[in-house]
Design a protein around this ligand. Structure first.
Ligand code: BTN
Length: 252
């Protein structure tokens, strides 16, 4: 059974468990719209039947094998123009957690897919609700492949496949929430230059020439950084190009 983390200040101190639901992000959104949800509330399920992914994709997760949960936070200290900083926080927390648990190299495939050995182990869907020039609340949805062994796609993996051991979901959630709060508190205390440095360092295929495709066609370039708004910066022989999500993809 999932338990309230012992070592956090506010993340997970209210924990809602539902045995089954369509999407923990949708459930969190309902909670925020109809109640005054407490900052740090976690909603977790063992069987998410209509999981939502980035860019309108679906997120499939075998029941009882993985972590599928959402965290509601209220980053009133963050301007909407800086919302990418939250993406950095969550990606780094997952990277910290997986590096601690697996001892493998963990990278962040821009903007927020978590990769181990060139395979995706975790997906993140952050939904920010703005009110004027503030972020009213953010719903951080996390799908982490823990004990699932078989996948339909071959560029996906799990903690179990990588480490050959079975994990206790409740224990993993508790630890992960500690890592998440720790990175979040770094942002809240104004330590964003360090977050940016760590995020850039962890970028998947950074400084490696790769083939990309954008609206104009294919090209060879090298990921060098992200800017403050979270745009991906790719160095080509001619110039540094900057891209929003969906404007570019890596081909291999
Ligand atoms: C991605 O496309 O990589 C993001 C996947 C995010 C999945 C998680 S699982 C918990 C939460 N609820 C959802 O419906 N989606 C997120």
């Amino acid at each position: 059974m999932y338990k309230i983390p012992a070592n956090t200040l506010f993340v997970g101190k209210k924990l809602v468990y539902v045995p089954e639901c369509h999407s923990t992000n949708s459930l969190a959104s309902d909670l925020c719209q109809h109640t005054n949800a407490v900052d740090g509330t976690v909603i977790v399920t063992d069987n998410q039947t209509k999981g939502r992914g980035q860019r309108g994709n679906k997120w499939f997760s075998e029941p009882y094998k993985n972590l599928t949960f959402s965290v509601i936070v209220k980053p009133s200290f963050l301007l909407p123009i800086n919302q990418f900083k939250l993406t950095m926080v969550v990606s780094l927390a997952l990277r910290d957690f997986l590096a601690h648990r697996l001892k493998n190299k963990v990278s962040i495939k821009w903007p927020n897919d978590i990769f181990v050995n060139a395979k995706k182990v975790c997906g993140i869907l952050i939904e920010n609700v703005l009110a004027g020039n503030t972020i009213q609340y953010s719903i951080i949805g996390i799908g982490l492949n823990v004990n699932q062994e078989l996948f339909l796609m071959n560029n996906v993996d799990s903690m179990k496949n990588i480490s050959s051991r079975t994990f206790e979901l409740a224990e993993e959630l508790e630890l992960l929430l500690e890592f998440l709060e720790s990175r979040y508190l770094q942002l809240r205390s104004g330590n964003d230059p360090m977050l940016k440095e760590h995020y850039t360092y962890a970028l998947y295929c950074r400084d490696e020439p790769k083939k990309f495709e954008d609206a104009e066609g294919q090209f060879i370039g090298t990921i060098i950084d992200v800017n403050d708004q979270g745009k991906l910066l790719i160095q080509t022989p001619e110039a540094i190009r900057s891209y929003e999500l969906k404007q570019v993809r890596m081909l291999d």
